[in-house]
Design a protein around this ligand. Structure first.
Ligand SMILES: Cc1cc2nc3c(=O)[nH]c(=O)nc-3n(C[C@H](O)[C@H](O)[C@H](O)COP(=O)(O)OP(=O)(O)OC[C@H]3O[C@@H](n4cnc5c(N)ncnc54)[C@H](O)[C@@H]3O)c2cc1C
Length: 391
């Protein structure tokens, strides 16, 4: 008998082959989240990966569960991304939610019957989360009243609950931030018009508005003071998950290019006989091997002091490798690479999208740069020439 992760990975592979790959173009044309597909993912154990078994989850360590997105990403990176966000929210619910909240939501989330997502970004507050504005007032009876607006909310209007980061005072900075779960059907919740994102059109994205939304204190996921720090931990998991999904995307681009180039006749042989083509695809293959090693090492480091910087290395390197892979493999197909049926254009746009979500490539560089400054502070001084440093 195989281990639990082997079964879950086999389930993810089957879900990709039988549900995602054959349907993703139709999903994009319909522009509707395929709820019947995520219901199937739930039945296969893909919606409660890290949640404990007592709440219906799989209880997998992060380092194992994150590999699921590599399988799903072979089918579609946006679908893998949405399920990864749901899994992180489900993990946070089971790990930090109140007993009352878990009783109400945990089993429905782990089974995929209900979907969850994060709401952190705001129109004026993307990379710089400290400029957030959405405000919760804590009432005398313990309930919270929330007013404000979030932007770029994935699964907008489709998810049943949103783990929302809020400020609880007018003081600038992050020390008063908290995270509270806001159900979709709470009075005063509404959504803006759908963003127009043709290459992942089935993933609903929009702004989300809160007008005097009253929520029970049972819904507090992270108390006042822990909102930003907790979100950053969640984002580290998200960064590794995105890198995992990108590996699936790279493999998909590479396999399409190989399968095409081995048949394309030219110069008395096949496209894949050309050494120049082999070198181009060889670079993609090397990037894929390096990317896999990196995201798996980063996922295994989550929860350790190296976790944040390892996640930043993975989020910086792997989506860029995916962009290169999508471009290179499109080029290998020549003009055919631009035709919709080969799917390369979708992969190019998805890989660019994955460079932006959950902390851009540049923000990963900021995290790595800060870690390097710390490392420099611990190194013995090397004297600089006279006039180059402190006198
Ligand atoms: C498809 C998609 C789904 C998303 N889903 C969600 C979601 O479900 N929930 C949620 O809360 N958010 C979500 N987001 C938001 C996402 O996390 C933000 O888009 C991202 O954090 C970047 O913020 P921004 O778009 O405001 O860009 P900005 O912060 O305006 O950045 C603009 C540019 O400046 C660069 N930059 C920023 N800081 C620096 C710096 N210090 N040095 C150099 N360059 C810098 C950035 O890298 C970027 O290139 C989603 C985004 C996308 C595209």
């Amino acid at each position: 008998m195989g281990s639990k992760i082997d079964t879950i990975l086999a389930n993810a592979r089957a879900h990709c082959d039988e549900v995602i790959k054959p349907n993703v173009d139709a999903w994009n044309e319909a522009g509707v989240w395929p709820r019947e597909a995520s219901d199937k993912a739930g039945a296969l154990g893909l919606t409660g990966l890290y949640a404990p078994e007592e709440w219906g989850g799989q209880g997998l360590p992060l380092g194992e569960g994150i590999r699921v997105y590599e399988e799903l990403g072979k089918g579609d990176g946006a679908y893998a991304f949405a399920l990864s966000m749901h899994n992180i929210c489900t993990y946070a619910t089971c790990g930090f939610g109140t007993e009352a909240f878990k009783e109400q939501w945990a089993r429905d989330l782990t089974s995929g019957k209900k979907l969850a997502n994060f709401a952190l970004t705001e129109p004026q507050s993307g990379s710089d989360a400290t400029t957030m504005y959405t405000r919760a007032v804590i009432n005398g009876d313990g309930t919270w009243t929330i007013n404000g607006a979030k932007a770029w909310v994935s699964l907008a209007g489709e998810a049943d609950v949103y783990l929302t980061v809020v400020k609880t005072s007018d003081t600038p900075g992050h020390k008063d931030m908290a995270m509270i779960a806001i159900p979709k059907d709470a009075e005063g919740v509404s959504f803006g018009p759908r963003y127009n994102t043709p290459s992942y059109n089935f993933l609903p994205l929009s702004e989300m508005y809160f007008k005097d939304v009253v929520v029970s204190e049972d819904n507090i996921i992270l108390p006042v003071g822990q909102g930003l720090q907790g979100s950053l931990m969640a984002i580290d998991i998200a960064r590794c998950s995105i890198a995992s999904g990108c590996c699936g995307l790279i493999e998909s681009a590479l396999d399409t290019a190989l399968a095409y180039a081995k048949n394309r006749k030219m110069f008395g042989g096949k496209n894949l006989d050309l050494e120049g083509i082999q070198w181009m695809l060889g670079d993609v293959a090397t990037d894929l091997e390096a990317s896999r090693l990196l995201y798996r090492a980063a996922a295994n480091a989550l929860g350790t002091p190296e976790g944040p910087v390892m996640a930043a290395h993975a989020k910086k390197f792997v989506p860029d490798a995916a962009v290169r892979a999508a471009n290179t493999c499109t080029q290998v197909l020549g003009g055919s690479g631009l035709l919709k049926e080969y799917g390369m254009d979708r992969l190019s746009r998805l890989s660019q999208m994955l460079r932006i979500v959950d902390g851009t490539t540049e923000i990963s560089r900021v995290v790595i740069g800060r870690a390097l400054q710390k490392r420099a502070a611990g190194l013995p001084d090397i004297p600089v020439p006279k006039g180059y440093g402190e006198e």
